[in-house]
Design a binder for this molecule. Sequence first.
Ligand code: SF4
Length: 356
Amino acid sequence: MGRAAHQAAAPVRRASAAHAAGPHGCAREPGAVSGPDLASYDHIIVACSFGKDSLACTLHLLECGVPPERIEWWHHLVDDEADVFDWPHVTDYGRHLADALGVKLYFSARQGGIVREMLREDAPTAPVWFDTPEGRVTMGGHGPRNTRRRFPQVSANLSVRWCSPYAKIMVADTALRNQARFHHARTLFVTGERAAESANRARYAAFEPHRSDLRDGRARRHVDHYRPVHGWSEAEVWECLRRHGVIAPLPYRLGFGRLSCLTCIFMSANQAATLRYMDGQRFAGLCAWERAFGCTIRRDRDLWALADTGEAFAPVLARPDLVRRALSRRWRGPVLCAPSHWQMPAGAFGENAGPV
Ligand code: SF4
């Protein structure tokens, strides 16, 4: 669907993006709360999962006056071409939403995604690819050979919860460190962690030099890391989406509190029961891997036992049409609406099981 079609569905978009005053000040506004001088950056990148928090980051930037065409969404495909961890509709949904908001969208991934790394046996970690304005770049893949053959572990420690670094964080770092357009330039890298999500995230700084920063090096690569919604409540995040008429992504409408991987290792008992109900084949595949690895995702019980102690979310039972759309690789339906028609999704303020 082209942008014109989305605009017809949501005629308020441009006006809200440019003029809606959010509760959080922008550095460029008189009386600003905090935040960097957005106009001083050559590149503004939002690491966008298409979940509510990264969407709120984007909408906040628009409210601060950043033109949408200056914003790049970087979305990491955690599955690459596989169909195991991610919600199948999310990639195409993201394309439609980027088109509707007028932001650029670049994909990137670790080749083979989380599954290839999980099944790695006497082999190096796979290369990373990332899209750029000039085309796709592939790098790496020459590391030492060794064996993984286990799920990422449920932990805040990223060395054992390796899915986030291998499929997302290191992918973004590679893309930042290997594009000449970031040399002798100022780049703002924006992510959507909120302090209210976990004690671990509460310790993150709202603004700091990014890991890939090399402002004092020969390349003069200045990269700042900005978390504009770090101090926001969940209610403020949803209110921001409402102001802009961004329809809550499907997982929230199905009762999930977060848009993380469909098969996130942090899944609660209710999420496990929901996954087993709506996508039994995918669930059985995870259980088979637990047996093959001789190592379960959780230390205390396997996935099947976890699902036995939960209940499928009510919207999943009541809305097979939404479930079908969520499990389809093709997006169908609007992404924006008039704010007056906006509805709070069933998953809002509910279970928050997800990366800590
Ligand atoms: S959402 Fe869950 S499974 Fe996916 S990368 Fe993050 S922690 Fe890993």
